[in-house]
Design a protein around this ligand. Structure first.
Ligand SMILES: NC(=O)c1ccc[n+]([C@@H]2O[C@H](COP(=O)([O-])OP(=O)(O)OC[C@H]3O[C@@H](n4cnc5c(N)ncnc54)[C@H](O)[C@@H]3O)[C@@H](O)[C@H]2O)c1
Length: 356
């Protein structure tokens, strides 16, 4: 892999896609030492006009090709909608630029593998924006799980719930689950042997708002995900249950994001084969409060500078898409057999549909 920016000069970055998320990436690359935000780009005039005044001196374009034709640009950050990721990333890599693409890498395994091949052929860094892999709280949770303090890992689960943004071009699995699948795979350190997903589409025909996933890994570890943008609670939490202790990561907590519970069952030696519940100390390790997005962007710059593979690089990006695709296949099979769907609900009961 070729490293970027010769002789200690700043890495010149362009950000394409200035909708909801892209401006956060642009702000970080603009402020990070060792980077120069050289371009921002969006096909929409309204998006350009909204963001450009916040970034004076940065060149503005409506066309990705203008960025790709700039010989001094080292890297392009892609925050366009998910269906465009693979095509944009392949163009960026083929132009010889390093590429940071938002999650997920692509909408199918075949497309993800095409991007991976383009990165290998170009010898450029490809990093996927699996933000939670850079969260200091999840780093700590992994450190605790790997240390053996929890004992043998029995199971883990993630809840990502909210009354959130309804999306038309991807379901809750692809939109919310991309984060959680990347975390599950990182915590588990292996790929699942069995997967199953159940989902329901209440608000939009064929687009699941609520998804439950079950995964089982070769080691026996099992995992569960509850993903929903139709829920009264705002939860972003992971729980790891081990044979000795349990631990949680709660991204909604202002403090004590990681908590370890000395809880479990101990053998009762006074009575053979019986167990007694143990409810001991509960503690929270200190977690750095540096913005995970800043850590993620800095990691990309380091990888470009040093020509090394990012934590959420090609292999991990493809792995996440493979798991999402298999889970989606399971959802589709159920969809075909007839699960709940926005359309019939509206037709059957207009009062209820209006209330929704
Ligand atoms: N990491 C996170 O926590 C996080 C959070 C939100 C969104 N995202 C990701 O960010 C990406 C963007 O999501 P969003 O909610 O900002 O979407 P959005 O629809 O608000 O914005 C996308 C923008 O891209 C522009 N665009 C589309 N195709 C383009 C092209 N070919 N050239 C130039 N501009 C183009 C659109 O005009 C639009 O302004 C998605 O991949 C999403 O998954 C990540």
């Amino acid at each position: 892999m070729t490293s970027g920016a010769p002789g200690g000069s700043p890495i010149r970055v362009g950000v394409v896609g200035l909708g909801y998320w892209g401006p956060n990436l642009a702000r970080n690359f603009d402020r990070l030492p060792g980077a120069e935000l050289r371009w921002i780009c969006d096909g929409s005039g309204a998006a350009r006009e909204r963001v450009a005044p916040q970034l004076p001196g940065v060149r503005v374009s409506a066309e990705l090709d203008e960025l790709l034709g700039d010989p001094e640009l080292d890297a392009v950050v892609c925050a366009t909608p998910v269906p465009t990721h693979a095509e944009v990333a392949v163009r960026v890599l083929a132009a010889g630029k390093h590429c940071f693409v938002e999650k997920p890498l692509a909408q199918s395994l075949a497309a993800a593998e095409e991007v991976a091949a383009a990165a290998r052929d170009a010898g450029r860094v490809l990093m996927v924006g699996h933000l939670l892999e850079y969260h200091p709280g999840l780093e700590k949770l992994k450190e605790i799980a790997d240390s053996g303090d929890l004992g043998e890992l029995f199971y883990l689960y993630g809840n990502r719930l909210n009354l959130g943004k309804l999306r038309a071009d991807e379901n809750a699995l692809w939109s919310l689950g991309a984060h959680d699948v990347s975390v599950l795979l990182r915590l588990a350190g292996e790929e699942p042997a069995e997967l199953e997903a159940f989902g329901e589409s209440y608000m939009r025909h064929g687009v699941e708002d609520v998804v439950f996933c079950h995964l089982r890994f070769p080691s026996g570890l099992s995992a569960h995900l509850h993903l929903s943008w139709l829920d009264p609670h705002k939860e972003r939490r992971f729980t790891v249950v081990g044979s000795k202790r349990m631990a949680t990561f709660d991204d909604m907590a202002l403090e004590q994001k990681v908590t370890v519970y000395d809880k479990g069952f101990d053998q009762d030696f006074s009575s053979y084969g019986e167990y007694i519940a143990r409810s001991g100390d509960v503690w929270s390790p200190r977690i750095s409060n540096e913005e995970p997005l800043r850590i993620e962007c800095r990691h990309f710059l380091d990888c470009v500078r040093e020509g090394r593979e990012p934590r959420s690089g090609v292999e991990s990006g493809v792995r996440v898409v493979r798991v999402l695709e298999e889970l989606d296949r399971s959802l589709s099979a159920r969809r075909a057999r007839g699960s709940h769907d926005g359309q019939p609900l509206a037709a059957e009961d207009p009062t209820r549909a209006a209330a929704l």
